[in-house]
Design a protein. Structure first.
Length: 230
């Protein structure tokens, strides 16, 4: 049995909607006429494309002077000269330094930052302004608890807004409040796992999905004090 497939798309956005998208604005900003032209330019001149994209997206940080190095270096799993490994060993923005939380918390308006639906049917919404306020509040808690530069914090938490709040607060809890690190997220987990003692990880807390916000913070403080003695 065969089926006829209609080549016509089921839906097309109107021109006004298309023109208002960030992609359309990027195409216009780069002086190209179409997405295909933009894509080809990104392939032919990746350094220029990604440098412009950093600026276009308004990334807060230090971009550095180098955009792409080791372009033709193969990945470790590919033999030298293997065409399939081309670009896999490349490094992007090797001099760049940025703070994830600083970028994520730039906007502090009433727009939605989080829409949470828990397995227990609890639903919560949080605006960008509310998220910023909660992160700042927990950051002060961490500073008061003695968390400082060089400390390692580990936690085993469920999918809750408080989990994101804790992560962002830790990113902002450096003495300057705006500490920027080199981009090395791919190695962050393995580094923490290798350098943290097993006792520290075994002391990691578990916050239940029904725990109140204040209870969650108290549990985190108790865990942190145990962890610092590891």
């Amino acid at each position: 049995m065969t089926y006829a497939i209609d080549a016509a798309p089921l839906w097309r956005p109107n021109p006004q909607t298309v023109a208002a998208t960030r992609m359309a604005q990027l195409i216009l900003a780069t002086g190209h006429a179409s997405y295909a032209d933009l894509w080809q330019w990104s392939i032919d001149q990746p350094e220029a494309f990604w440098s412009l994209l950093w600026d276009f997206c308004g990334a807060v940080g230090e971009k550095g002077t180098q955009i792409l190095v080791d372009r033709d270096k193969p990945a470790r799993d590919n033999a030298p000269g293997d065409a399939g490994g081309r670009m896999l060993g490349a490094r992007w923005f090797p001099e760049a330094r940025l703070n994830y939380a600083e970028n994520l918390l730039q906007r502090r308006d009433d727009g939605e930052a989080l829409v949470f639906w828990g397995e227990d049917k609890v639903r919560r919404r949080m605006s960008r302004a509310e998220l910023y306020a909660e992160v700042a509040r927990f950051q002060q808690f961490l500073i008061a608890a003695g968390v400082g530069e060089g400390d390692r914090v580990a936690g085993y938490l469920p999918n809750l807004p408080e989990t994101l709040i804790a992560m962002l607060a830790l990113r902002r809890s450096a003495p300057s409040g705006r500490r920027r690190r080199r981009i090395s997220a791919s190695r962050a987990y393995s580094t923490a796992s290798a350098r943290s003692s097993p006792r520290c990880w075994s002391a990691s807390m578990v916050i239940g999905t029904t725990a109140s916000r204040s209870t969650a913070w108290r549990r985190m403080l108790r865990w942190w004090r145990r962890c610092r003695r590891c």
